[in-house]
Ligand binder design. Sequence first.
Ligand SMILES: [Zn+2]
Length: 162
Amino acid sequence: MSDDHDHHDGDDDHELRVSKIRDGTVIDHVHGGQALNVLAILGIDGSNGEEVSVGMNVPSDRLARKDIVKVEGRELSQDEVDVLSLIAPDATINIVRDYDVVEKHRVERPDVVEGVLSCPNAGCITTGDEPVTSRFSVLEDGVRCSYCETIVRDEIADLIDT
Ligand SMILES: [Zn+2]
């Protein structure tokens, strides 16, 4: 299991670069450079006083460089994790309570995401005035609108409805 590498002493040292949290969620093994997109997905911009630590381009055994996001006082919902998986397919979600990791799991890409991305096609029925909830199939390397078949491979984070 590739996760084992994380238990080497080296990675523990890296962990110290961002402060420990008491209760909340640590999103680890985010691809380098995606941390800000992770925050966007979670709707975190600092304006609500959220306590967040971000480590960017931290050396990692599994990824060449990784980002880490620690959110105090918040456990992510399955919906949030589903969307995260689109931009951070290798992420590990750690739920922390009283300074202990009580749950740790890899994200899994869902088959479909509904109501979280907006279609980039201006002619798509989901972008008009009709009350149609967006729906995208998750592909190996992108997402596909279930209504107009538009495929998006890059910049998925830009489509996130916030
Ligand atoms: Zn569409």
